[in-house]
Design a protein around this ligand. Structure first.
Ligand SMILES: Cc1cc2nc3c(=O)[nH]c(=O)nc-3n(C[C@H](O)[C@H](O)[C@H](O)COP(=O)(O)OP(=O)(O)OC[C@H]3O[C@@H](n4cnc5c(N)ncnc54)[C@H](O)[C@@H]3O)c2cc1C
Length: 130
């Protein structure tokens, strides 16, 4: 902090969506300080990341987040399919068949539980400045 109260931060990241949060985590991983600003005070109640693809899991692993992500995920092996609906009464929007229980499963089908605060969000909160 300077004498007149200014804070000197090399990177300003605008938006705490997945891109902004991961940017801050990667910067922190390489020792670069950042300030993350978000226009919304809280988290959205609506899920927008129920599945995590293979590349995302690789990145989480490289940041040491894999264990946390696995711990909060639902293992969908053995379930026949995932159905997307507007409500429990329908209508059915889309149905995706899942691999058999004994099939090698892609981490694509790891589904973070909806109401938990994602580990990448928790980690970014503790990694960023401000
Ligand atoms: C219904 C739905 C389901 C989805 N399901 C999945 C899924 O299962 N798996 C998956 O991988 N993806 C899923 N997605 C897509 C995923 O949510 C998006 O790809 C992802 O959110 C994009 O991330 P982002 O950080 O680029 O943008 P955003 O998530 O849109 O984040 C941008 C952030 O920047 C903030 N912002 C914008 N302007 C400003 C400003 N001027 N000042 C401060 N803050 C600002 C916004 O408030 C917002 O929080 C889903 C999307 C939807 C809509």
């Amino acid at each position: 902090m300077t004498a007149n109260g200014d804070v000197d931060i090399p990177v300003l990241v605008v938006g705490a969506g997945p891109a902004g949060l991961l940017t801050c985590l990667v910067l922190a991983h390489y020792g670069v300080r950042s300030l993350l600003v978000e226009r919304h005070a809280g988290e959205s109640m609506l899920p927008r990341a129920l599945g995590i693809n293979v590349r995302s899991m690789e990145i989480f692993r490289s940041l040491g987040l894999e264990e946390d992500v696995q711990a909060m995920s639902v293992d969908v092996r053995g379930l026949p399919y995932i159905t997307f609906m507007d409500s429990l009464q329908g209508p059915v929007l889309e149905t995706i068949p899942l691999p058999a229980e004994d099939a090698a499963i892609s981490v694509t089908w790891k589904a973070p539980a909806r109401h938990s605060r994602p580990p990448w969000r928790r980690r970014a909160s503790s990694s960023t400045t401000g």
